[in-house]
Each structure stands twice: as C-alpha cells, then as structure tokens.
Ligand binder design. Structure first.
Ligand code: CTP
Ligand code: CA
Length: 229
C-alpha cells in the first residue's frame, strides 16, 4: 500500500536489481566465487523501495537481511542469475546489474566429491573453465528492454574501461568503481564511483554505500525519466 501512495522519484516503477557474488560449483562441496558482499546492491534495493519503486532483488549467496518492501529471489550460479534476470525483466522499467557475476564456471561439475590420488602426492590439479553468459548485456539486448544500469569494477584506467564497457554492453548508464583502492568497493562499507552515460560523467565522492545508494537512485530516476520523454 505504501508504495501506491509514494510520491518518491520511482513511484509506480518496477525495478530489478542483481546483487552479491555468484558461486560456480566444482563438485558437491567446492565452488569458485569472489569477495562481493552484496552491500551495494542491497543498499540500492532499499533506496529504490524508499523512492517508491516496486523492487525485485536477485541475490547471490550473501549474509544480509532483505530490505523492507523488497521481494528477494535467491540464486547461486551465474546461469541461475541469468535465467532469473531474463524472467524478471519481462515487465520491468529499470534493471540495475550490481552483482559480481563470476566470469567463468567449471566446464563440468563432478557429481561426487573430487578425491586426491593417495599414490601421487605431488600431482597438481587443473579445473577447466568456460565463460558464463553476460547477464546485463543479455537484458540490454532484449527487444523490449528496460532502462539498463551496469557497474564496472576496474583498476588502472577506470573511466576509459567503464566507457568502453557501457558501449559494448549497450547500457544506458554505468557506475565506474575503482577497485584498486581497498578502502572502497567489494567488502567495504564505503564506496566512491563515477556515473557515466552517453553525455554525462558525474563523480560521486567517497561516502557510505547507504548514502551513495540514495544518490545513485535519485540520479538513475532522473536519467530514466529523461529517457522516457
Ligand atoms: N556482468 C553480468 N554478467 C557477467 C559479467 C558481468 O551481468 N557474466 C555485469 C556486472 O553485473 C556489471 C557489468 O557487467 O554490471 C560489468 O562487470 P565487470 O566484471 O566489471 O565486467 P566484465 O564485462 O565481466 O569484464 P571484465 O571482468 O573482464 O573486466
Ligand atoms: Ca567480470
């Protein structure tokens, strides 16, 4: 009910957000993943709900409570997240891809726990990896696509890499994140980013992920409205 009467910047909008890492199984007890905490995506979901949106949060395995008035869909692997995102964006206005999707997964998943050979104590082990689908690019390539916002975790020439990524994936906006600074990004409570669109490059200085999420949602809502004119 609250959302029907909301006068927030995203009142009446359907927003789908991905958050957290994905886990790619090697065998029944092992997986490949990354250090994403999910904090930024969860903060965005909370801020979007507070701005009046109806929010669906597709989350990889994280240890975070679901924000109020947010519908959470739990997934494990990149392929699960891809399927959920394709399905959930069939009727969404805005898609925000905040998840740290594993770029590769083991080519095969062993059905039983992989054992060491006790007779070959010096033998190594190789896991063959294959590429995962690009979730945000798949959503952006849909015929009836929502307004699409991606993130770019980069080191080095952060802005240039992010601009390339925005174009390559056909995104409306990309949030560039310098992950060489370990006091921000991934597991941290703080973040500093630059919001990049076709004609904009707006630095948002270091602050808490909660504050940053509020600012990002305001700006995303603004550019989304402009795109509808
Ligand atoms: N992303 C995605 N699906 C993937 C990989 C990434 O949807 N399989 C999304 C992320 O959620 C993010 C954006 O793409 O919004 C950029 O992710 P990033 O890891 O920075 O870029 P990649 O395209 O994976 O390129 P690379 O890691 O090689 O720099
Ligand atoms: Ca990647």
């Amino acid at each position: 009910l609250a959302e029907q009467f909301s006068t927030g910047a995203l009142a009446g909008r359907n927003v789908v957000i991905t958050a957290g890492p994905t886990q790619e199984a090697i065998d029944p007890v092992r997986y490949i993943s990354n250090h994403s905490s999910g904090k930024m995506g969860f903060a965005l979901a909370k801020a979007a709900a507070e701005a009046g949106a109806s929010v669906r949060l597709i989350s990889g395995p994280v240890h975070l409570p679901t924000p109020d008035r947010v519908e959470r869909i739990d997934v494990t692997s990149a392929r699960d997240m891809h399927a959920a995102a394709m399905q959930q964006t069939s009727d969404s206005d805005i898609f925000i891809s905040c998840a740290a999707v594993a770029d590769f997964r083991p080519e095969t998943v062993a059905e039983i726990k992989i054992k060491k050979d006790p007779d070959s104590p010096n033998e190594g082990m190789t896991v063959s990896l294959v590429r995962n689908p690009d979730i945000v690019a798949s959503v952006a390539a849909k015929e009836d696509r929502p307004f699409v916002v991606g993130f770019a975790a980069e080191t080095g020439n952060v802005i240039e890499y992010a601009k390339d990524k925005r174009k390559r994936k056909n995104l409306d906006l990309i949030v560039a994140n310098d992950v060489s600074d370990t006091s921000i990004g991934f597991n941290s409570d703080d973040n500093a980013v630059t919001l990049i669109g076709a004609d904009i490059e707006e630095p948002l200085p270091k602050c808490s992920k909660r504050q940053l999420a509020g600012q990002l949602i305001e700006m995303i809502a603004q550019f989304y409205s402009q795109s509808q004119e």
